[in-house]
Design a protein. Structure first.
Length: 139
């Protein structure tokens, strides 16, 4: 079985960011089971409005021209959003702020990428690259 890399600290950070978004956007965020492949369901006024994946990065947004995300997560997020005629967003906490990207705002590029520092062969996979300029600042 593949290891789970999410730490208790990651969950605390996710919860704090979730509270910020709940207050700023007036939505409810519901943590999803792993089987859904994305982090949150977004609800507003009793209606499911979309889904979101959260990532935290330890560098400023400007360090790289693109943001990499697993193609698997991208496909599942888009599929879930299409089912409800809603949105799929990627929310990223970079060192210089909290930003979001909504699927459909720009063209993405496809490739192969991932982490090599954990010696996990499954970390290298099909990915998408989203230009970092296509993320809007939240905070």
């Amino acid at each position: 079985m593949r290891p789970i890399y999410e730490t208790p600290e990651d969950l605390v950070r996710e919860s704090l960011i979730g509270r910020t978004l709940t207050e700023m956007w007036g939505v409810s965020l519901h943590k999803l089971p792993r089987a859904y492949h994305v982090d949150w369901l977004i609800e507003k006024d009793g209606d499911v409005r979309g889904f979101a994946e959260l990532k935290c990065r330890s560098n400023p947004r400007s360090k790289y021209d693109t943001f990499m995300l697993s193609l698997h997560k991208w496909m599942h997020g888009k599929q879930l959003a299409a089912e409800i005629a809603g949105k799929f967003m990627i929310i990223v906490q970079w060192e210089d702020g909290l930003f979001y990207h909504q699927q459909g705002w720009c063209d993405v590029k496809y490739g192969v990428g991932g982490r090599k520092d954990r010696q996990d062969a499954q970390d290298i996979e099909p990915v998408i690259y989203i230009p970092t300029y296509a993320f809007k600042r939240i905070t």
